[in-house]
Design a protein around this ligand. Structure first.
Ligand code: PRX
Length: 649
């Protein structure tokens, strides 16, 4: 590792003088934040419109539940839409939407205001009250964003569920949050073909055991396919929302009013509903979008390729960019539909200037070959970003060269569903970047890298890697886990309880220059194409299959997806191993239980799993086997011969 780090440290990429001169954030921002943190965040919060100004910045007296700007009142949707219209920018395009089949729509800020107002009026008519939960299960169409903003406008707490998740994953999230309303579409386009979506909602909430909380399902027509219908419960968007009045006055809510829940994987089989509130969340989403992406309202064309089903879509498609009056591209489909040129065509067509994506996609583009991007005019790009997993230096350099023609700064942004917004990232006009490093905490953010005893790990230490910990509260921090505050405390605040640090679950190190290298999860959470999936969730899905007695799942490194899911299963007594057929069936069981993204890349049927005397499965050894490495220490195993036989397989 040490020589590797030294080599990487040699190639440092500084912003051009030209970029630096026009950048939103200058080096003085670090100093400003350092001198008076509260004043710094208050200043950032005042970039927003407050119906009632706040007098207090941070109340940490009930740690670990923070209150930011607690006596202030604001409306999140008003900040993302109305105020831009009121300041005379109603004709500016907010969303330049590109559908997968090639249809497109442009929504100005005035259009967006009208749509959000209509939706807010209809949701009110349905009897929705502030604090009620709404599940949103939709593909990337403008109505998905409108639905989120309408919830925000009414103080309804949305819970967006990725439309690639299965009906049982949707059901458990609906039940956990006791959602009263589900907003969905008839279907979604996937690689050129319409696929049903409403049917999955029916599967989830109907049948013999209907979801007790759900009163209505509001359905947007997207694909026009035949759709199962339950009169009284189900309503079409075009027959209701679209007919509603486009006049609606936004009311103010407390800064700590819950804005959304977003379920993410933890180390157990049960996803946790991360709770985010309004004023602090929007402050940091907005501030980071401004300084990290150097966004210039009315000039830039911004494109974040995430899905609204993940936190990146919440903070950097909806709340950050819209609060900053962005003009942004929203693309419905996959990067290779109808062919591998699609993303580059979109960049060219709309003149994208800022592009934010995941390392896994960059590696996929690398695999497809540079002649594809080289066939397009990408000269409008001026800034590139990555998120979701560590980016390998090779992919970083390729991105810099092939996308950015060596001109565009790259921001490698580290953050999590729990942090709500970017925490560690270069400032594009300031930071001299090292490919593969997220570099430094943003102004206003403070982190530590510590060992098991919470002692600071030395800069440049090559032996012991540390844990990434956040030592001071930040505005967009999670406020809890929905319905389970004990789990919130145990998961994030017990490890460094004495110091009061937030435990992020990632390993990290400082190099000799103080740059931060995030090394990946230290718990049983896998990172598949930048998406979090827990080993326990996949294991429980596999064990749900009638043939499986026991399963152990690990994340093995994968050239494209970062990690890939590899499962080792033991069959029940008397079950015949039919080989590929059985494996395909097990993969289908995982897709049904969680979603296609959680399907294991490999499933090995094995006679035994390597276990310690206390019965713990030694995942480290399974990882060694899956990655074809020398086996680590096997002395604590009950039967060391087990791994050897696995390896033979
Ligand atoms: O392991 C880190 C990795 O993604 C995890 C957070 O996943 P999620 O909550 O799904 O949010 C992803 C989008 C913000 C982290 O614990 N991760 C995210 N960004 C980076 C990263 N690892 C290294 N470098 C990054 N830039």
């Amino acid at each position: 590792m040490s020589t590797d780090l030294t080599e990487r440290a040699l190639s440092v990429y500084a912003p051009s003088a030209e970029f630096a001169a026009q950048a939103n954030a200058q080096a003085s921002l670090y100093q400003e934040a350092e001198e008076d943190r509260d004043a710094f965040w208050a200043k950032q919060a005042r970039r927003l419109h407050w119906h009632t100004p706040f007098s207090e910045v941070l109340d940490w007296s009930e740690a670990p539940v923070a209150k930011w700007f607690a006596d202030g009142k604001l409306n999140v949707a008003y900040n993302c839409v109305d105020r831009h219209v009121e300041s005379g920018h109603g004709d500016q395009v907010a969303i330049q939407w590109e559908g997968e089949p090639g249809d497109s729509r442009a929504l100005t800020y005035s259009d967006l205001l009208a749509e959000v107002s209509k939706a807010a009026n209809y949701l009110t008519e349905l009897g929705m009250q502030p604090g009620d939960r709404v599940a949103i299960y939709m593909p990337m169409i403008p109505e998905a964003i409108v639905a989120m903003l309408a919830c925000a406008r009414l103080g309804l707490t949305h819970s967006v569920v990725f439309a690639g998740f299965s009906s049982s994953a949707l059901r458990s999230r609906i039940d956990d949050a006791a959602a009263k309303l589900v907003i969905t579409t008839d279907g979604q386009f996937r690689r050129g073909k319409p696929a049903p979506l409403k049917a999955a909602v029916d599967d989830a909430i109907g049948g013999d055991t209907p979801a007790p909380s759900v009163e209505h399902v509001l359905v947007v027509r997207r694909t026009g396919q035949d759709t199962p219908w339950q009169d009284g419960r189900d309503v079409w968007w075009h027959e209701t929302v679209e007919q509603a009045s486009d006049q609606h006055e936004a009311q103010a809510f407390d800064a700590e009013h819950p804005l959304f829940l977003l379920y993410t994987s933890g180390t157990t089989g049960k996803p946790k509903g991360i709770v985010h509130t309004s004023g602090g969340y929007l402050t940091q989403a907005s501030y980071t979008h401004d300084v990290v992406f150097d966004h210039k309202p009315g000039k830039d064309v911004y494109w974040c390729t995430a899905d609204i089903g993940w936190v990146t879509g919440h903070s950097y498609i909806v709340y950050g960019p819209l609060s900053n009056r962005a003009t942004q591209v929203v693309y419905e489909g996959t990067p290779n539909s109808p062919n591998e040129h699609r993303h580059f065509e979109v960049i060219e067509k709309y003149g994208v200037t800022i592009y934010y994506t995941a390392p896994t996609l960059i590696r996929t583009f690398m695999k497809w070959g540079r002649e594809i991007p080289d066939a397009h005019n990408l000269s409008t790009l001026r800034l590139l970003g990555t998120v979701g997993e560590p980016i390998n230096p090779e992919a970083w350099r390729w991105y810099h060269e092939v996308f950015g023609h060596g001109r565009c700064p790259i921001v490698d942004t580290w953050w999590q569903t729990e942090t709500g917004a970017i925490m560690i990232s270069p400032l594009p006009g300031v930071t001299e970047c090292k490919p593969g490093s997220a570099m430094a905490p943003l102004p206003g953010i403070s982190v530590q890298i510590v060992d098991d005893e919470a002692r600071t790990v030395e800069r440049g230490a090559t032996e012991a890697n540390g844990y990434l910990a956040v030592d001071k509260p930040w505005p967009s921090m999670l406020r809890g886990i929905w319905g389970d505050m004990q789990r919130f405390k145990d998961t994030y605040w017990s490890r460094f309880a004495e110091q009061g640090y937030y435990f992020a679950g990632d390993g990290a190190k400082f190099d000799e220059d103080g740059a931060i290298w995030v090394l990946g999860r230290v718990d049983d959470v896998m990172n598949i194409s930048g998406h979090r999936i827990s080993t326990a969730e996949v294991e429980s899905a596999l064990v749900g299959h009638e043939a499986v007695a026991e399963a152990a799942v690990i994340g093995a490194s994968d050239e494209t997806t970062g990690q890939a899911i590899v499962a080792f299963v033991i069959l029940r007594q008397g079950v015949e191993n039919t080989g590929d057929e059985l494996v395909a069936d097990m993969r289908a069981a995982v897709a049904k239980d969680i979603g296609a993204i959680a399907k294991p890349r490999d499933i090995y049927v094995v006679p035994e799993l390597p276990k310690t005397r206390s019965g713990k499965i030694m995942r480290r050894l399974l990882r060694d086997v899956a990655e074809g490495r020398e086996l680590g220490d096997t002395s604590t195993l009950v039967d060391p011969a087990v791994v050897e036989s696995l390896r033979q397989k």
